[in-house]
Design a protein around this ligand. Structure first.
Ligand code: CFM
Length: 544
């Protein structure tokens, strides 16, 4: 494929091209998920349809509810034994496939390298798997004596009706010193992994948060919500927080431990990185314990500085504010020098970003810092608020699929609720432009006339690349090689390929230098797909 951009496409034509091959009914549905960003200062961009079922037959980029619960939220916690209740495939294929890093800690309690599964067989499906699950919990306990054991339901478990919660309750009582609880996170439970996040949030909040009553005496205590330590991002953020004198009580859930979750109620502020996966916990912490939450972003050096200042402003203490400024002043010169050098080569280059439910938003910061333009972006499983901002939440229609997920009732705790700021203090901050519980979503990041696409699929991804020829495409492993075969470099923004961290100041430097190499490499222009060289497939028998 030639990389010269011969045609200047109109976004409406691109949309039409993407839809052209579909049968009319499919095209009508997809049209509502492909949005031309027309936001202006005065008017909001058009609505996008999101968090709805993928049309059968389409090769989606999405994962399942079990993946969102077991893999995304609970996966990065090292000292909880995670048992997959189901056939071996679900456990095996979700075993260490996400690059959430951990440090084993002084106690060395780390079960992440293990794969625990009840390995259900045909007879368990027919006669029920509860006994097998009970035995698996007992076996894990006897071997490791962990603080907690979590049970994750896979599709067949839901279909045959095993009562995983009753088993967990029974075993918790029997074992005495081990917190056992379960998740009804069957893969089919929602339209994507997003449902699994919600289910995980509810159970962790119900069974774990608040367990550790030991008071905490550190200064400037925060929770970092929605940071999963992919490629070591969380390590870099923790380095910066520590340098500023900020205490991170609990990360949900990168490099986390049982005790971090159990102590989260001691924080005075929740900082939300990935809004999609964890906003439920942020809200529940506020309702039950009185901890306010703010949106932060540690992807991008400027964004990191901004987020630190936001934390400083909340606590309003001169000592902290000065320290934060000193840290920014110390870290920024190196970042800026490298950004400037890289920018001389990356300025004006173009990218497309299709990742999960928050990174297509966060990473635009890093690309902006390099002078790169995002032509098209979208989420696999974002909801409308992740595109259009939280202001649309009251207008989001609850459908049967969302109703499938339990909404738990949370009330102010009669003993532990403590408003961290008085109403006047909150108001004074807000009057000065401070935003609590605020998130604008992805659309405002995008230039006018760019294309925002929800639940992009294999066909549309290739078509987009063919039409717009970006200098870089960012998505996941399923997309990687099909895009590279089109002669366009592809960066995985889920796993970071083998790179990272990309968060914080050191992460920004890593990202700039890697992307510079990727988009500047000549190798892609030599790329010829096999069918371009030999249009006709030929084959011989091995015995010939
Ligand atoms: Fe949040 Fe994530 Fe993401 Fe996500 Fe994910 Fe991930 Fe992601 Mo892959 S929690 S929504 S379910 S930031 S695993 S660390 S990279 S799709 S954009």
């Amino acid at each position: 494929m030639s990389k010269t951009k011969v045609v200047q496409w109109d976004p409406a034509d691109i949309k039409e091209e993407l839809l052209k091959k579909y049968p009319p009914k499919v095209a009508r549905k997809r049209a509502k998920q492909i949005m031309i960003n027309e936001a202006t200062e005065s008017e909001a961009p058009p609505e996008i349809v999101a968090n709805v079922r993928t049309i059968p037959g389409i090769i989606t980029m999405r994962g399942c509810t079990y993946a969102g619960c077991k893999g995304v939220i609970m996966g990065p916690t090292r000292d909880i034994v995670n048992i997959t209740h189901g056939p071996i495939g679900c456990g095996f294929y979700s075993w260490l496939t996400r690059r959430n890093q951990t440090s084993p800690g002084p106690d060395g309690e780390n079960y992440m390298p293990y794969c625990f599964s009840t390995d259900m067989q045909d007879q368990d499906i027919i006669f029920g798997g509860e006994k097998k699950l009970e035995a698996a919990i007992q076996e894990a306990y006897d071997l490791f004596h962990p603080k907690g054991i979590c049970i994750f339901s896979t599709c067949p478990v839901g279909l045959i009706g095993d009562d995983v919660h009753a088993v967990a309750k029974k075993m918790k009582a029997k074992l005495g010193d081990c917190n056992v609880f379960a998740f009804s996170c069957e893969g089919y439970k929602g339209v994507s992994q997003s449902a699994g996040h919600h289910i995980a949030n509810n159970q962790v909040f119900t069974h774990l948060v608040g367990e550790n009553k030991e008071p905490r005496t550190e200064e400037y205590k925060i929770n970092l919500l929605g940071e999963y330590n992919i490629g070591g991002d969380g390590f870099e953020i923790d380095r910066i927080l520590k340098k500023c004198g900020i205490t991170n009580i609990a990360t949900f859930s990168g490099n986390s431990t049982y005790d971090q979750f159990a102590s989260a109620q001691h924080a005075d502020l929740s900082c939300v990185m990935c809004h999609r996966s964890i906003n439920y916990v942020a809200d529940m912490l506020e309702t039950k314990y009185g901890i306010p939450w703010i949106k932060v972003n540690f992807i991008g050096a400027e964004a990191t500085a901004k987020s630190l200042r936001k934390i400083g402003k909340y606590f309003g203490d001169k000592k902290l504010i000065d320290k934060i400024e000193a840290v920014i002043a110390e870290e920024m010169p190196e970042v800026e020098a490298i950004a400037k050098d890289v920018r001389s080569r990356t300025e004006g280059k173009t990218a497309m970003l299709f990742v999960g439910g928050s990174r297509a938003h966060h990473y635009q910061e890093l690309f902006n810092e390099m002078g790169m333009k995002t032509l098209s972006a979208g989420y696999e499983f974002g909801h409308r608020d992740d595109y259009e901002g939280r202001r649309v939440i009251p207008d989001i229609k609850i459908d049967a699929d969302s109703r499938n997920i339990e909404e738990i009732e949370v009330e102010a705790d009669p003993e532990l609720y403590r408003a961290r700021k008085t109403e006047e203090e909150i108001k004074a901050l807000e009057d000065a432009g401070y935003e609590f519980k605020h998130y604008d979503g992805l659309n405002p990041d995008m230039d006018k006339g760019t294309i925002v696409i929800d639940d992009l699929n294999q066909y549309e991804a290739e078509k987009l690349v063919e039409l717009l020829k970006p200098d870089l495409f960012c998505a996941g492993i399923k997309e990687k090689f099909s895009i590279q075969k089109l002669g366009v470099p592809m960066k995985q923004l889920h796993s970071y390929d083998s790179g990272g961290p990309y968060a914080g100041f050191k992460g920004a430097i890593n990202f700039y230098t890697e992307i510079d190499r990727l988009v500047g490499s000549k190798v892609w222009s030599y790329m010829k797909a096999p069918w371009q060289e030999n249009p006709e497939l030929t084959a011989t028998f091995v015995w010939e």
